[in-house]
Design a protein around this ligand. Sequence first.
Ligand SMILES: Cc1ncc(COP(=O)(O)O)c(C=O)c1O
Length: 417
Amino acid sequence: MAFDWLEARLSERAQQGYLRKRVCQQYEKDNIICIDGEHYLNFASNDYLGMRQHEGVLQSWVEGLAQFGGGSGASPLVTGHTQAHLALEAYIADGLNRESALLFNSGFAANQALCMALFSGAHNQDACNQTPSAAAGIKHSGEIFADRLMHASFLEGAMATKAKLRRFRHNDLAHLSNLLEKVDTTNNSDKLVVTEGVFSMDGDSAPLRDMAGIAKQHNAWLMVDDAHGMGVLGENGLGSIEAQALSQSDVPIVMGTFGKAVGTAGAFIAGSQALIDYLVNYAKHYVYSTAMPPAQAVATLYSLTHIAADSSRTDALNDNVAYFRERFGAQIGNDQNGDLILANSSSAIQPIIVGSPERALALSDALKARGIWIPAIRYPTVPKGEDRLRITLSATHTQQDIDVLVDAIALAMESIA
Ligand SMILES: Cc1ncc(COP(=O)(O)O)c(C=O)c1O
């Protein structure tokens, strides 16, 4: 029977402790999340600055609705591209010192679109569109060098192309150089080095400037997925690229998302005019998808300009990160046996790596029993054996919230020891 293996795969996942289930949130306000009628203090949101509920963001979204309606009504190349999209793209390009920027409906779509557009036999793409045999004739199109911890939205996209995908050890520049050197120098194919600005599951940062130097040395382009740097880093909140003053020639492709610290949804790719014009023509997730609702672009632009004008939320977030790490260190400390480790992160993402899906689930459940919401993050979202609790802090948490969190972690750890 067709697809009769679905249930078998699910029970296999369940047996391994990796089965995923959704929970339905009833509402959330001031970091209190209501699930199944119970209230929890939420330490699992990517809304690092609390912009999702910011009055100005809500108000500008409403104004956008009044001006442009509920949706964009069409794909961007038909009639879906509006002044609201253009203004947001211009703001991003200008702020990042890039020639141009392009909006996507999600970071997932942006990463997939980019991989497919650049590495699916790009120069032969028109031929591919015409005949399947022409497409089949294209064997190999470029080399991608991705950090081992690169997000699934990029890796899945890369694996679906004709490029050769190589993974370098996390933040290991020597390994990256080594892989680049090994590439056949007679092969003149396009090379892309790709990393995250702030790593989504670990919270640490990539050594971008050195990486940019290595990429240039090997005639490769560097791409940075800055989903978790956007909003929280840089003088105007434009992320790791702004914070480290990296030029378009240092980082020819910047991807950023709005669904995390910026508090709305969607994403962008910024780079040269040629890159963006090329994507407008060949990025299928852009060409064949209804454009982002213009009201969302209005609210996103409001959020970005507010973040640029007022650093109080970023300051509050940084204070909370420092306070949490100090409290955790004083009360719990790091386990010398490698059993339980608070990862070395100065970002809003503060993982406790517990090493097995069972322990991660048990710790998450023990915290839930104490009114704290932090779901377990398990393989394959993170490498096998690195299952964890991914604590995320927000500017809107109070020190008292953090005290409650650290006390609860200490008790939860005792209860699962
Ligand atoms: C590093 C990284 N890249 C891309 C994405 C995808 O972004 P979006 O949620 O907008 O699809 C995410 C979010 O999950 C992410 O963490």
